[in-house]
Write a protein that binds this ligand. Structure first.
Ligand code: FES
Ligand code: FES
Length: 565
């Protein structure tokens, strides 16, 4: 595939040029400039990220068309590029995040930064593109004034997207501000992005930047920074070393015979049985994917240092042991040239570590038994919180598990103790009063405290973690952790067959709650002079426990949404 230099900027010119060219090429206007490509059956996403170098357009699930990260405007209408054949845009105008009118793009970026609506930033450019199309529709053609949107329009637009990090609410706030035209009142607070990045890094335990570049998705994701000279390697179960390479991602996937993964019709079922006993409450959890959106990738020069699989944040612990940097180095040495290795969404579903499932029974005095899928370090995590629980590790065939995922084992132990209202140094349940609803308070060993209560369509959190460093980021990470907890309890889980094969292979089958299904999350932050410590683990555990109690401690997760939500 070859690309010519951009030459002009009008839709009419592109249409006329396309009509003159032989059918083996496709011409269209990209971000205001005409481009011409050979038509080799590629998708628009292949062309944008490949020869056209438009790396603000992300690939989170291609060609499933379910994460929204590859969203562009085609003649002003939002489309996902990974399921759009290149030839379908012949003679049309394609706009990426980078091609949005500069003033509008600035407004979106400033609003996202002001509300903490980007964390890793991988989903952000695609979301901004779709919201910009909504903004344009909302503006009265004649008057140029905002005409408003129907209630729920932003939530419906976001249904085409996946954001794992933010919990949606900050994105909704930014969207309402920009689309409603209330974003340009000149009152944006000055921010110290270095301090904000320190809070973000603390919350996720991995380097994380904060600022305009994050909204633009320009933070050095491996698949964006790989040199054009890279071979691309993808998993191939039929080859000796498990990898096959090609000149492009599409060529490598073609050589591997990649088959598009699907969502199964099988319900996710927790794999372990609750031990025999006279229990006050029982709990079984299933296989839960971390659902990070940037699939693992890494590139390396021969003899060089491979790029990180997690450029901006650590995928909630799930990429801590990603094998791809090691593979990139080995393949680069073998081929004597740079190699980019890349997992697809299906590869992540099969091979990325899951939260270890448990099956537990607990008595009112906090004693009981937890059976857990055998996982390095998980027993210690559970016992550190609940010494009255016997931990029994069980070998189960299935996807890999990891104790590195957000608060794994620790949060489950807190949930069990809260389920029987056992009070300890770590967790306490305050019953409801006439004035206040029931509240679950969780304390971490380093001094963070979070109190959560769950109501109809509303979650309330009070969080304390020393010096806030940046209240916007602190609030954003508390909202993200609360969404992740509520989503884990009510919605997340994948089906795994008895032989261990992962059956659910799409982004949607991971069960991450959509914006429209997420309760409103109120956050009160308590600042102190103490050194800053991570708050989001305490928020995650307290919201999970409060959600479970609010639902009546049903024995199996995911519980399904509350019937009246
Ligand atoms: S990469 Fe196109 S929708 Fe996910
Ligand atoms: S900020 Fe949306 S997936 Fe990370």
């Amino acid at each position: 595939m070859t690309a010519n230099e951009p030459t002009s900027s009008s839709d009419e010119q592109a249409a006329a040029t396309s009509a003159r060219r032989p059918p083996s090429t496709v011409s269209f206007v990209l971000d205001g400039a005409e481009v011409v490509l050979a038509d080799d059956g590629a998708t628009l996403l292949d062309a944008l990220r490949g020869p056209l170098g438009a790396t603000s357009v992300k690939d989170g699930c291609s060609p499933q068309g379910q994460c929204g990260c590859c969203t562009v405007l085609v003649d002003g209408t939002a489309r996902v590029a990974c399921v759009t054949p290149l030839r379908r845009v012949a003679g049309r105008s394609v706009t990426t995040f980078d091609g949005i009118d500069e003033a509008a793009r600035r407004r979106w970026v400033e609003a996202f930064v002001a509300h903490g609506a980007s964390q890793c930033g991988f989903c952000s450019p695609g979301i901004v593109v779709r919201l910009e199309s909504l903004r344009r529709k909302s503006v009265g053609q004649a008057s140029g004034q905002a005409s408003g949107l129907r209630p729920g329009a932003v939530e419906r637009a976001l249904a085409a997207h996946l954001c794992r990090c933010t919990g949606w609410q900050t994105i909704l706030t930014a969207a309402e501000e920009v689309i409603g035209g209330t974003d340009e009142d000149g009152t944006r607070a000055e921010r110290d992005f270095e301090a904000a990045s320190r809070r973000a890094t603390l919350e996720l335990g991995a380097p994380q930047r904060v600022g305009p570049d994050v909204v633009a998705g320009a933070v050095g994701f491996s698949a964006d920074t790989a040199p054009g000279s890279c071979l691309v390697a993808v998993p191939d179960s039929g080859s000796d070393d498990g990898w096959v390479s090609g000149g492009t991602l599409a060529a490598a996937r073609g050589a591997a015979g990649k088959v598009q993964g699907r969502r199964s019709t099988v319900d996710p079922v927790p794999p372990l049985e609750v031990p025999e006993g006279d229990w006050t409450v029982t709990l079984r959890t299933g296989w839960v994917d971390a659902a990070y959106v940037e699939t693992d990738s890494s590139w390396c020069e021969p003899g060089g240092s491979p790029s990180s699989a997690a450029a901006n944040g650590g995928a909630f612990g799930a990429k801590r042991s990603s094998p791809l940097p090691g593979v990139a180095r080995a393949l680069a040495d073998e081929h004597g040239r740079p190699v980019l290795v890349q997992w697809s969404r299906e590869d992540c579903s099969r091979s990325a570590p899951k939260r270890p499932p448990i099956a537990a029974g607990i008595r009112a005095d906090g004693t009981g038994v937890v059976r857990v899928v055998r996982t390095d370090g998980i027993a210690e995590r559970i016992r550190s919180v609940a010494p009255g629980l016997d931990v029994v590790e069980v070998d189960v065939v299935g996807p890999p598990t990891s104790a590195a995922l957000r608060a794994a084992g620790w949060a489950e132990a807190i949930v069990l103790l809260a389920g029987v209202a056992a009070t300890s140094e770590v967790v306490a349940v305050e019953p409801s009063t006439d004035a206040d609803p029931e509240r679950v308070t969780v304390r971490t060993g380093d001094g963070a405290v979070a109190t959560a209560s769950v109501h109809e369509r509303r979650i309330r959190i009070c969080a304390e973690g020393g010096a806030l460093l940046d209240p916007v980021v602190a609030r954003s990470y508390c909202i993200g952790a609360a969404h992740m907890a509520y989503s884990w309890v009510t919605s997340e889980g994948i089906a795994v067959a008895a032989d261990g094969e992962v059956l659910d292979l799409t982004v949607r089958s991971l069960g991450v709650l959509r914006a429209a299904d997420t309760p409103h999350i109120d956050v009160e932050l308590v600042e102190s002079d103490a050194p800053p410590v991570r708050m989001s683990d305490a928020v995650f555990a307290s919201v999970a426990a409060a959600t479970w109690r609010f639902l009546g401690t049903p024995p199996d997760w995911p519980t399904g949404a509350p019937s009246n939500s």
